[in-house]
Write a protein that binds this ligand. Structure first.
Ligand SMILES: Cc1cc2nc3c(=O)[nH]c(=O)nc-3n(C[C@H](O)[C@H](O)[C@H](O)COP(=O)(O)O)c2cc1C
Length: 190
């Protein structure tokens, strides 16, 4: 790439980083608020600002882990259930520094896809802001998120579309983006 700057580098270097990469270093409430402010700067048709977040930290992560394990046990057919998988599901929360439930608030003012798309823009902002601060993470979308409405106290017009797990991490890794060339996804008409 011939031209570059801090924004372009952040976009190119952001990766999904999982729990084993998280450092034993607290992510402060101020840090999290910076990420949420970045998310809130996302574009939004008719300014509906459809993103909602539930932040789990400290004892909140223990409660989230317990709930994920409980849901896993409830929805998994007996022949597929394993205690190890239940514990692993809970550990996703308890081995993260922070987990943020990503929720779309459908207003009915726009086609649902627009509010879903705007919420995904907000998540990308949060992800990039995190990377710029040395905070790594990833968007997890296990089927269990479809069973979290009560736990998350969602309203009827709201839907959880993922859990963003994060923590301070060594973001200076050299993992390549693993993408096919952009040229394969573009048709030019000149
Ligand atoms: C909507 C969405 C859902 C995702 N769900 C998961 C998931 O459930 N588990 C997971 O390990 N990664 C999940 N990811 C992360 C992708 O696997 C990851 O972005 C992809 O492998 C590319 O890697 P990179 O983010 O490091 O560029 C999700 C990403 C998006 C955008």
């Amino acid at each position: 790439m011939s031209k570059t700057n801090a924004v372009l580098q952040t976009i190119q270097q952001r990766r999904s980083l999982m729990q084993p990469s998280f450092l034993d270093k607290e992510v402060s409430r101020e840090d999290i608020e910076l990420l949420l402010e970045a998310a809130d700067a996302a574009p939004t048709h008719k300014r509906t600002q459809p993103w909602r977040f539930v932040v789990f930290k400290g004892a909140g992560l223990e409660r989230l882990g317990t709930e994920l394990g409980r849901i896993y046990k409830e929805v998994t057919p007996a022949e597929k259930y394993s205690e190890q998988a239940e514990q692993n599901m809970a550990k996703k929360a308890t081995t993260s520094q922070v987990a943020i439930a990503i929720v779309v608030n459908y207003t009915g003012e726009l086609p649902e896809w627009e509010e879903l798309a705007a919420t995904a823009c907000a998540v990308q902002n949060l992800w990039l802001a995190g990377h710029s601060l040395g905070i790594g993470g990833y968007w997890a979308s296990p089927g269990l998120i479809n069973h979290m409405a009560n736990f998350l106290k969602l309203e009827d017009n709201q839907k959880c579309i993922g859990l963003f797990y994060l923590g301070y991490a060594d973001t200076n890794h050299d993992r390549e983006p693993a993408r096919s060339p952009i040229a394969e996804k573009v048709r030019w008409e000149e």
